[in-house]
Design a protein around this ligand. Structure first.
Ligand SMILES: NC(=O)c1ccc[n+]([C@@H]2O[C@H](COP(=O)([O-])OP(=O)(O)OC[C@H]3O[C@@H](n4cnc5c(N)ncnc54)[C@H](O)[C@@H]3O)[C@@H](O)[C@H]2O)c1
Length: 343
């Protein structure tokens, strides 16, 4: 049995991970300031699960609150660091707040661990946005999607980091600190440069969590806005597969310590927005209403993670395909429509 601290544990990824760790018999501490809409609902749901759950309401920006976690809870084996300001658009409007939550918040966590005697493994949720616009990568335009001209497996970890947008900068700075605390202080850390993750309990909005947002809009019969031409491609990853990756990377920490991994659906689970809408219309048997607007800043034409390093180092590949994942999430949102009344 492990003791697992999940910062941002009432959020989409955090609460799903918390549930999985509780099911395994681990003790789970959720630390969250409940700032994201829907997190109160996630927390209520988590409290109903079996297992040993502790909730601490706190802000990652507060050194005292973060320090207290490592003073009060003794030995913690694993930290999943999920607390973050998560939207590029918000970061452009409020770059200081974005920095304080993502970069300084991560430093608060690392410092709290460094000065305590506790030595948990840290898995940090980073983002593919650390690679920036990747303007030099050749892309061709197809009828319904962009494609890489020369990268059959997508973007590997060898790609240069090139932060773009305040969100890219704050998450990028955070992940570099995460790596450095492994190098300089010997704390075991890993970064996941995540693509689009989707699944139940995701309160997706236009600014973040587009896959869930599209499905919620379709169930609520609302119009979707597509920014750009809809041919932009993402490799989407179902939440259960991400949690498998957390567990496997932790099990293999002696090999994975101090590394960053691209974690997404990979080339077999890539989909353009237009293709996603086609699949959603198949699932729902209904036409999706949509309109087009200009591209948003820092929006990549195509991003597909090369996930072969994760396969090699900790034997992980996604199991839930795009069609199945969309069906599962559509079914969940339809059955839990009441959760989205105020959306
Ligand atoms: N969902 C994705 O597709 C995706 C993709 C790439 C990276 N990520 C990263 O994964 C992590 C989790 O994302 P998510 O999709 O679950 O988002 P989410 O918004 O559902 O979860 C983030 C959680 O952090 C909490 N939080 C925000 N500010 C906080 C603060 N100052 N102090 C304490 N808690 C705070 C929120 O209340 C929320 O519960 C984030 O770091 C995000 O940047 C997510």
């Amino acid at each position: 049995m492990n003791k697992v601290l999940i910062t941002g544990g009432a959020g989409f990824i955090g609460c799903n991970a918390a549930k999985r760790f509780l099911e395994r018999g681990d003790e789970v501490i959720v630390f969250d300031n409940l700032s994201r809409k829907g997190t109160d609902k996630n927390l209520n749901w988590l409290k109903k699960q079996n297992g040993h759950l502790i909730f601490v309401k706190g802000d990652i920006r507060s050194r005292n609150s973060v320090n207290a976690l490592f003073k009060n809870f003794g030995k913690i084996d694993l930290v999943l660091h999920m607390a973050a300001q998560v939207a590029v658009t918000t970061s452009v409007v409020s770059p200081r707040e974005d920095f304080e939550i993502n970069a300084l918040g991560t430093l608060n966590l690392l410092e709290a661990i460094r000065v305590s005697k506790v030595r948990p493994v840290i898995i940090n949720a980073s983002t593919n946005k650390v690679y920036g616009g990747m303007e030099s990568i050749k892309v061709k335009e197809g009828q319904k999607r962009y494609q890489y001209k020369q990268l059959p497996y997508g973007i590997s970890e060898r790609e240069s980091i090139s932060f773009c947008s305040p969100y890219g900068c704050s998450k990028g700075a955070a992940e570099q600190y995460i790596l450095d605390y492994s190098k300089i202080y010997g704390i075991k850390t890993v970064n996941f440069r995540q693509s689009c993750i989707y699944g139940p309990r995701q309160f997706g909005v236009e600014d973040q969590g587009w896959a869930a947002h599209f499905i919620i809009a379709s169930v609520l019969k609302k119009k979707i806005t597509i920014y750009g031409d809809g041919k932009q491609v993402r490799d989407i990853l179902y939440i259960d597969d991400l949690i498998d990756a957390f567990i496997k990377v932790y099990r293999n920490i002696n090999k994975t310590n101090g590394k960053s991994y691209n974690i997404g659906g990979g080339k077999y689970n890539s989909v353009s927005l237009l293709e996603f809408i086609d699949l959603l219309e198949d699932s729902s048997n209904k036409k999706v209403k949509s309109k087009f607007r200009d591209w948003r800043p820092a929006d990549q034409r195509i991003y597909i993670s090369d996930i072969r390093l994760a396969k090699k180092d900790f034997d992980w590949t996604p199991k839930v395909g795009v069609k199945k994942g969309i069906n599962l999430l559509f079914k969940w949102i339809k059955e839990n429509k009441d959760l989205f009344n105020d959306f």
